[in-house]
Design a protein around this ligand. Structure first.
Ligand SMILES: Cc1ncc(COP(=O)(O)O)c(C=O)c1O
Length: 431
């Protein structure tokens, strides 16, 4: 058991000044009934907390750190950029360079705008789609997350209703009346809401490979059919690739699946660990964005030179290491999955590239309903067990493990052994 005396003491103070002691709710570890660790530093595949405990980290800041923590070249790029000033409120060359690279790697983004977060990117993409189509309704898929935007904080209503309920207080029902909900991997549900709202739908926003209800994989032909249905009905298909962009492959899910959406949203990896996001799409849609068109979008720190410099260096490394990188991190994820599956049979693991989720259910979840059927008590016990042995998984059954190029084979072996032991001990206790 780790000594976390200092973390606990700081958490007490944090709770006095910040709601739940945190600046983003999942960090509170409340879902897993543990005290959050306060981090002193991070390096490679590791986090060190203020009590001196070292963890093999699989949160990877929820996605950005494909090269692990504090990769030298990225730090250097950011440090060098600082000597040229922190923010200009004016144009600079590096933002053009980054936009050009992104557009080449993700061809759906013929034109794009940089933002300071993924939330801003998805919010603005939807506004652009609505402006372009001059329609108000949008479709969101249950369990996909697109940031904390009022009209997307919606969960499915009761029964077969396609109208959801706000799942956050403070979101007026009126704000979500144009958000229609159906399930991921459910083509019939999608067709039904389109039929019921014919010619009224501006866009469908979705994570092509969802990673915010744990990792969920698309059924065969599902994404092809979604693309077809959207085209037939003149609905703008928006892929939210804030997680999968440059993670699922260098060109994201778009490259991996060969399906081109009308618009895409990205973030995380393109900032090399600094705050960033971007939305983009077909030129005719993006031409609607201010100052060219009437769809307003702005941002004091959009295209911030430090974030863009770190992002450019990350892109350079991705392009340079591409052949080996994606194969290497995928193999590590496969190894972790296989090591656990060879010993344990009453869980299921979804894995794609360097992402995976262990679900405490024998059946592999295919949508949010399935994930809700997992044994959350077991996940909590599992998390508590492994974190106290130095393995930092994301603290929720609804999150995804991210493997980086900094994870060594020994890290993976140690992690699998500890995971297997933790799951077995759960079973023994249940006997
Ligand atoms: C798929 C997806 N979209 C959007 C967001 C929001 O991004 P941000 O937290 O940078 O606002 C997230 C955040 O995790 C995400 O996973």
């Amino acid at each position: 058991m780790k000594n976390i005396k200092n973390s606990k003491a700081v958490f007490e103070q944090a709770m006095r000044y910040m709601p739940g002691g945190v600046n983003s709710p999942v960090r509170s570890f409340s879902a897993v009934k543990e005290a959050p660790r306060f981090i002193k530093r991070s390096f490679g595949a590791y986090l060190e907390d203020i009590d001196g405990n070292i963890y093999i980290d699989y949160i990877s800041s929820f996605g950005p750190l494909i090269f692990g923590h504090a990769r030298n070249e990225i730090l250097t790029a950011a440090k060098e950029a600082l000597d040229f000033g922190t923010t200009y409120g004016a144009c600079h060359m590096k933002e053009v360079k980054l936009a050009k690279i992104i557009s080449k790697l993700m061809p759906s983004m013929e034109m794009l705008r940089l933002t300071s977060s993924g939330t801003e990117a998805t919010m603005s993409a939807i506004r652009a789609a609505r402006g372009f189509t001059e329609k108000d309704k949008i479709i969101k898929l249950e369990g996909c997350y697109h940031g904390h935007i009022d009209h997307l904080l919606v969960s499915a209503g009761s029964g077969a209703s396609t109208f959801g309920e706000p799942f956050s207080k403070g979101v007026p029902k009126d704000f979500i009346k144009n958000t229609l909900i159906t399930n991921y991997n459910d083509l019939d549900g999608l067709k039904k809401i389109i039929m019921e709202n014919k010619n009224q739908i501006a866009a469908l926003i979705m994570e092509p490979i969802p990673a915010n209800m744990g990792l969920i994989l698309p059924k065969k032909n599902y994404l092809n059919k979604v693309r077809e249905i959207c085209s037939e009905n003149k609905i703008i298909l928006i892929f939210d690739e804030v997680i999968t962009g440059f993670r699922a492959s260098i060109g994201g899910a778009e490259e991996l699946t060969g399906i081109k959406p009308d618009m895409s949203c990205i973030g995380k990896i393109i900032g090399g660990g600094f705050p960033i996001g971007a939305f983009g799409g077909r030129e005719e849609i993006m031409n609607q964005v201010s100052p060219l068109g009437g769809v307003y979008h702005a941002g004091t720190l959009s295209g911030n030179p430090i974030a863009v410099s770190a992002g450019l260096e990350t892109m350079r490394l991705l392009i340079h290491e591409k052949e080996n990188l994606y194969k290497k991190i995928k193999n590590k994820a496969v190894k972790l999955k296989e090591n656990i599956e060879s010993e344990i049979n009453n869980i299921s693991i979804n894995q794609l590239g360097s992402m995976l989720t262990i679900f405490f259910n024998e059946k592999k979840p295919e949508n949010f309903e399935d994930v809700k059927k997992c044994n959350f008590k077991k996940f909590t016990k599992f998390f508590q067990n492994i974190v106290n042995k130095g393995i930092m998984f994301p603290p929720s059954q609804f999150e995804t493990v991210f493997i980086s190029s900094a994870h060594s084979d020994e890290d993976i072996k140690k992690t699998s052994d500890i995971c297997v032991e933790a799951i077995m001990s759960l079973e023994n206790k249940n006997k």
